[in-house]
Design a protein around this ligand. Structure first.
Ligand code: PMP
Length: 404
């Protein structure tokens, strides 16, 4: 059992006032808050070892390089990658997906197929559409049912020897659905297709084991798991990363440059052109250490309790409809209230100190499926409490009274 008050004391922002009210932060799906150890580690880097990495022989450069590479090793261990050079630092999930989609340009031909799902964030749709435009490959979509679960029988029908890559999220940001990715991966492999998993919403809640999953690529962002913005990870199997061309050219990614011909560095540097977010890379390791200290079993137990309590309390509100009722879901509740626009609720509860997300959550096809303009989304983290849920319920009730 977590000592929630002790955990909350690690997050200075949770005692801030917003609009004169104590902050209730339920927009964790967009970005998580940061514990003091993470905030301190950023300052410590700039105060004590700031230097460019992989270049200098001087001491600071070596200290910064060591810290960056130690962090890569921590992340390798955290996701159980076989080699540390399979762990690439990126600026985030979006960058990682674009890197892979771009790399597939030379591997696809007209008539090949790319499979995405109906539950994707725009950043796991648009790069693949752009790839299909470049290559004249065809984009196929795994549909979902009314609960917001992927229809696996339809997935089976889409798979064929034309399928070259399947790309789905581990957990949906808009509805919280946890997808059966192990089954999705093994079925794609059976027809010889590669698989990319968008783990942006999974890593705050669980520890992915990329070898057990057997995915070819797994991408995520640091900022959703207590780390800073502007840093993320692309895991790729060694064979795949060797097969893909570099995404950006520049310093650090080369072996030798002449005007006649350039040869590229080995993994992971082939994909890490230019000066990276050094502090971000180092501090992502600190964030992962913090989350492991809290413990993912504890995190999941707390979040499940919040999900159950939040669902029970929300459905007490007249006219409230939960969108996304998958059997297997994480601590995200998307909902609408009959006759009221989500934006109006979001604006009023914000004045009462409650931060929830309103809108399409970068997943317009999901909103189209349910024929709604958007939802109100409360996404809980392990540092949230039932008392905060009570405060949200009171605020929503007030908003409904004002708006009806
Ligand atoms: N995929 C999913 C499922 C997400 O929730 C997000 C962030 N909302 C992204 C991709 C994009 O992540 P980022 O903006 O950090 O690149």
């Amino acid at each position: 059992m977590l000592d929630i008050q002790k955990i909350r004391a690690d997050f200075p922002i949770l005692s801030e006032k917003v609009n004169g009210k104590t902050l209730v932060y339920f927009d964790n799906g967009a970005t998580s808050q940061k514990p003091q150890v993470v905030i301190d580690a950023i300052s410590k880097y700039y105060q004590e070892i700031n230097a460019n990495i992989h270049r200098g022989v001087h001491t600071l450069s070596q200290l910064a390089t060591d810290a960056y590479e130690i962090s890569r090793g921590k992340i390798q261990n955290h996701i159980n990658a076989k080699f540390s050079h399979e762990v690439l630092f990126t600026s985030g999930t979006t960058f990682g997906i674009n890197l892979v989609a771009n790399g597939f340009t030379s591997l696809l031909k007209e008539g090949d197929e790319v499979i995405v799902s109906a539950l994707e964030h725009h950043s796991n749709i648009v790069p693949w559409q752009m790839l299909c435009e470049r290559t004249r490959a065809v984009l196929k979509v795994i549909p979902m049912n009314e609960k917001g679960e992927l229809i696996m029988e339809e997935y089976d029908k889409l798979l064929s020897d034309r399928t070259k890559i399947v790309t789905v999220n581990h957990i949906s940001n808009a509805l919280g659905t946890v997808n059966p990715i192990k089954e999705i991966i093994s079925k794609a492999h059976a027809v010889g297709a590669a698989v990319l998993i968008d783990g942006a919403q999974a890593v705050p809640h669980l520890r992915p084991d990329v070898q057990a999953l057997d995915c070819d690529f797994y991408v995520f962002s640091g900022h959703k798991m207590c780390g800073p913005t502007g840093i993320g990870i692309l895991y790729g199997k060694e064979d795949w990363l060797n097969k893909l061309p570099p995404y950006q050219g520049g310093g650090d990614m080369i072996k030798e440059v002449t005007f006649e011909k350039t040869t590229y560095a080995g993994l992971p540097f082939k994909f890490e052109a230019g000066t990276p977010n050094i502090a971000g890379g180092i501090v992502l390791g600190t964030a992962i250490d913090y989350m492991n200290e809290v413990g993912f079993e504890n995190i999941q137990a707390q979040e499940l309790e919040l999900l159950e309590y939040g669902t029970k309390r929300l459905i007490e509100i007249e006219g409230l409809n939960i969108v996304g009722t998958a059997e297997n879901k994480t601590s995200v509740i998307s909902f609408n209230i009959k006759g009221i626009h989500p934006y109006d609720i979001g604006t009023i509860v914000d004045k009462l100190g409650i931060a929830v997300r309103t809108g399409h959550h970068c997943a317009q096809p999901i909103m189209n499926h349910f024929n709604i303009p958007g939802t109100i989304r409360a996404s809980f983290a392990f540092y949230n409490t039932k008392e905060e849920i009570d405060a949200m319920i009171e605020a929503i009730k007030k908003a409904v009274m004002m708006l009806s």
